[in-house]
Design a protein around this ligand. Structure first.
Ligand SMILES: *[C@@H]1O[C@H](CO)[C@@H](O)[C@H](O)[C@H]1NC(C)=O
Ligand SMILES: *[C@@H]1O[C@H](CO)[C@@H](O)[C@H](O)[C@H]1NC(C)=O
Length: 423
C-alpha cells in the first residue's frame, strides 16, 4: 500500500524524465545591429523555437536581466580584446563578479567563453594570452565558489584543423597542436566543453560545383563512407564534428565533450556567394533543428547528444564582411521569421526598438511560449520529440505500475506467509 501511495512521486519523476528528454537547442544571440528588438521582446522569440540555451558574444546586462527566471541557460563571452587584461587574476575576478555572479542564480549562466576563434587569427600575442586568460577566469570562479556551476572555454574556428576529410583523418594544424593540446588539457582538468564553430556553408560556397548541396543541407542523399572507419555519413556537419573527434583523439584525448558553438546558413548573400538563399537556409536550419530534436549523435559518437548552437537569432545589419554575414538570422529585426521555421510566428509588442513596427503580420499567434501543438511543415521536431517523450513516459509509467503490482503481491504473499507462520 505504501508503494501505491507514493505513485504521485513516481508520476513527478516521470514528468521530470520527459523534461530531461526534451531537445536542447542552442541559439547564438548576436547584436551587431541597430534595429533588433529589445531583450524583453526576444524572450518569446527564443521560446517559440524551443531553444533552451543562448550564447552571447558579451555579457549584456539587459539580456541577462530579461532572461532571469526563464530557465534558459547562458554562455556569456569575453571578447578577444579582453584577453590581455584577463591574464591578471584580479581583473578576471572583478569581471566575473560584475558580469556573472550578480545574475546568478536567477539567470542560469553556465559557461564563460573566453575569446572567439583566437587561434586562427594567427596573432601570436592573442594566442599566447588565451590560455592564461582562461585560467585566470577559472581561478576567479574557484575563488567565488562558482566553478561547479560555471565552466570556462573558448570557441574555435573549424580552420584549426589541417585535415577534416575523411573524418577519421581529422588532424589539427601542425603549428597549433601544442597550443590546442594545452587548452584541451585545461578542459579535462576543469570538466569544460571544447567549442567549435562549423559551417558546411563555407565548404559549399568555396566549391559549389563539387560539393553536393543535399549533403550539406541534411537532405536525403547517398552520403559517403569513411574508408578508414567504414562509418557512413549523410551530412557534412556530422563529418566535420567527427573530424574534430579524430583530431582530439590523435593528440591523446578521446573523451572530450565537443559542442558546436556556431553553425548556420545565410538566407542572402552577395552575387558571388553561391547557395545563400532563403530556401537553402530553411532546409539547413530546419533539418538541423529536427536532428537536434531526435537526440542522435554523430556516427563516431552515436550516443552523445548534439550540443549545437545555431547561428543566429537575428540578421545583423551592422556586421562587416560579405553580404552573407548580415543574413544568418532565423528572424528579421521586426521579429518575423526570415523564412518559414515550422513554428507559429510571434507578434512582438510595439515596444520593440525596431521602428518599422510592421510586425510579422500574417500569423497573429499572440505568444508562442509553448512548443507548437502541431506544425504543418513539420520541419521542427519539437512536437514530435515531446510526443515521443510522452509515449516513452507512458510506457515507463506502465512498467512502473507493473513492477509496483508485483512488489505489492510479493509483500502481500510474504505477509500472508508470516501470518500463517504465527498461527
Ligand atoms: C593563418 O595561418 C595559416 C597557416 O599558416 C593559413 O593557412 C591561414 O590562411 C592564416 N589565416 C589568416 C587569417 O591569416
Ligand atoms: C511598452 O512601453 C510602454 C511605455 O513605454 C510601457 O508602459 C509598457 O508597459 C510597455 N509594454 C510592454 C509589453 O513592454
Amino acid at each position: 500500500m505504501e508503494f501505491l501511495r507514493s505513485s504521485p512521486a513516481l508520476l513527478l519523476a516521470c514528468l521530470f524524465l520527459v523534461f530531461l528528454s526534451v531537445s536542447s537547442l542552442g541559439i547564438n544571440y548576436g547584436q551587431i545591429a541597430d534595429n533588433i528588438p529589445s531583450p524583453e521582446n526576444v524572450v518569446p522569440l527564443v521560446k517559440s523555437i524551443g531553444a533552451s540555451r543562448i550564447k552571447l558574444y558579451d555579457a549584456d546586462p539587459k539580456v541577462l536581466k530579461a532572461f532571469a527566471k526563464t530557465g534558459v541557460e547562458f554562455i556569456v563571452s569575453l571578447g578577444n580584446e579582453y584577453l590581455a587584461k584577463m591574464k591578471d587574476p584580479s581583473n578576471a575576478q572583478s569581471w566575473v563578479k560584475k558580469n556573472v555572479q550578480v545574475y546568478l542564480p536567477a539567470t542560469k549562466i553556465t559557461c564563460i567563453a573566453v575569446g572567439n576563434e583566437v587561434l586562427t587569427l594567427n596573432d601570436t600575442t592573442l594566442t599566447d594570452n588565451l590560455l592564461p586568460a582562461m585560467q585566470s577566469v577559472h581561478t576567479a570562479l574557484v575563488n567565488l565558489k562558482l566553478d561547479k556551476q560555471v565552466t570556462v572555454t573558448t570557441a574555435h574556428s573549424l580552420a584549426i584543423l589541417q585535415t577534416s576529410y575523411p573524418p577519421s583523418a581529422g588532424a589539427f594544424r601542425k603549428d597549433l597542436v601544442d597550443c590546442v593540446t594545452q587548452i584541451v588539457d585545461f578542459h579535462c582538468k576543469t570538466a569544460s566543453p571544447f567549442l567549435i564553430n562549423a559551417y558546411p556553408y563555407f565548404a559549399y560556397k568555396g566549391n559549389p560545383k563539387q560539393v553536393s548541396l543535399d549533403f550539406v543541407l541534411f537532405q536525403p542523399n547517398s552520403g559517403i563512407v569513411d574508408p578508414e572507419s567504414n562509418l557512413h555519413y549523410d551530412n557534412m556537419l556530422f563529418a566535420q564534428i567527427d573530424a574534430v573527434h579524430s583530431a582530439l583523439a590523435s593528440v591523446g584525448y578521446k573523451n572530450v565533450c565537443v559542442q558546436i558553438s556556431e553553425t548556420g546558413w545565410p538566407s542572402k548573400g552577395d552575387a558571388d556567394e553561391a547557395g545563400a538563399t532563403p530556401e537553402n537556409a530553411r532546409k539547413y536550419n530546419c533539418n538541423l533543428m529536427k536532428l537536434i530534436g531526435q537526440k542522435k549523435g554523430t556516427p563516431m559518437r552515436p550516443n552523445s547528444d548534439l550540443n549545437i548552437f545555431v547561428f543566429a537569432l537575428f540578421n545583423e545589419n551592422q556586421k562587416p564582411g560579405p553580404g552573407s554575414e548580415r543574413n544568418y538570422g532565423l528572424f528579421k529585426p521586426d521579429g518575423s521569421q526570415a523564412y518559414p521555421l515550422g513554428v507559429p510566428a510571434v507578434t512582438l509588442s510595439s515596444n520593440s526598438s525596431s521602428s518599422s513596427g510592421s510586425g510579422s503580420g500574417t500569423d497573429a499567434t499572440p505568444s508562442a511560449s509553448l512548443p507548437p501543438a502541431s506544425s504543418s511543415s513539420g520541419y521542427l521536431a519539437i512536437t514530435s520529440d515531446s510526443g515521443r517523450s510522452l509515449s516513452r513516459c507512458k510506457s515507463l509509467l506502465l512498467s512502473t505500475l507493473w513492477l509496483l503490482f508485483h512488489c505489492y503481491s510479493i509483500i502481500f504473499n510474504v505477509e500472508r506467509m508470516e501470518t500463517s507462520a504465527t498461527l
